[in-house]
Design a protein around this ligand. Sequence first.
Ligand code: NAD
Ligand code: UD1
Length: 344
Amino acid sequence: MKILVTGGTGYIGSHTCCELLNSGFDVVIVDNLSNSKREVVNKIRIITKKNVTFYKCDVCDKYKLRKIFDREDIQAVIHFAGYKAVGESVKEPLMYYHNNLLSTISLLEVMKEFGCKKIVFSSSATVYGNPQKLPIKEDFPLHTTNPYGSTKLIIEGILKDLYNSDNDWSIAILRYFNPIGAHKSGLIGEDPNGIPNNLMPYIVKVANKQLDVLNVFGSDYKTRDGTGVRDYIHVVDLAKGHIKAIEKVIKDKGIDTYNLGTGRGYSVLELINTFVKVNKIDVPYKIVERRPGDIDMCYASTEKAKKILNWSAKLNIEDMCRDSYNFVVNSKKNKKSGGKHESL
Ligand code: NAD
Ligand code: UD1
């Protein structure tokens, strides 16, 4: 069975492609490489020892998408492609609405044309805003505070309207908590350009001496040690959640939403201390002002994914810290690139 993975050379997409190939699916990747590198395709091939087809294509481009659907016998889609930086979305809202919404609408239109009505969509825990209660359940009120989050909420609404208009669709909306970690091979992982916005990529750059010191945003939150608490989830566990979700949409029609998290929260200081202990490396940090918009605590109720998808996270915070650092250490050694790609 052939799965189209949009954004498949990105951080979560590349790990999911590996799990799909290892589970016996055929994989076609579509990515415009706006936030990833072509060499990832070859790394997926090296990790899985399986072939994968890659098209450099913008998902907003319906003409090219149609050609791909015409050429490949796509049975279902996992849609990762989109922009994801919260701060950038506040500065460039139109760019975010344009890319995230237009790519999704174009994709859904072409899927409909070709009678391919099975999709797994990447949403985010950001749609819960500042939750009133913890752990966060899928039926909690939704509220966003930035354009990035709004694109996710709007797309969730589009998918619900689409299903209501045509019950032939099978749709899984996955709300990720905080993905970190990397594949244990050290070949693929998260490699943001410039100064990272998110905590783990920042810790890794400080450990690797690319940045001097980590700024810990606030120590007066209502948490165990005053620093923000989040539900960090290993990206390989997250990728495995997509296998369960794609199996579900292949099997059953309907629309459903699932949290993908571990259900456990760790504070910023706990994450730093674990990283230092596991990797035996120093991470200098200083406490600074709160980052505007940050919340005290966020962690998932994982019951629904466990019950319906038969999925739960297996890897722990030590695995996440070890694998995040291993990727950076390894990527220095693995500079070779290449790989065949299909042209249109
Ligand atoms: P990523 O940036 O590493 O991957 C996204 C990929 O999509 C990139 O390879 C990029 O080149 C590609 N892309 C972007 N716009 C495109 C377009 N118009 N056409 C074709 N390709 C396009 O991000 P990620 O961390 O792997 O996230 C994947 C998805 O999960 C995103 O939709 C993101 O919003 C969502 N998500 C991510 C996180 C997180 O913390 N990483 C959390 C919640 C949700
Ligand atoms: C961020 C996004 C959220 C997105 C999520 C995905 C923001 C405001 N929110 O969430 O929409 O769904 O990523 O992973 O960007 N921290 C520091 N120092 C740093 C960076 C972060 O102390 O240099 C702290 C933050 O205050 C927070 C925790 O670390 O308490 C995690 O931050 P981050 O990795 O940016 O994730 P979120 O803010 O949870």
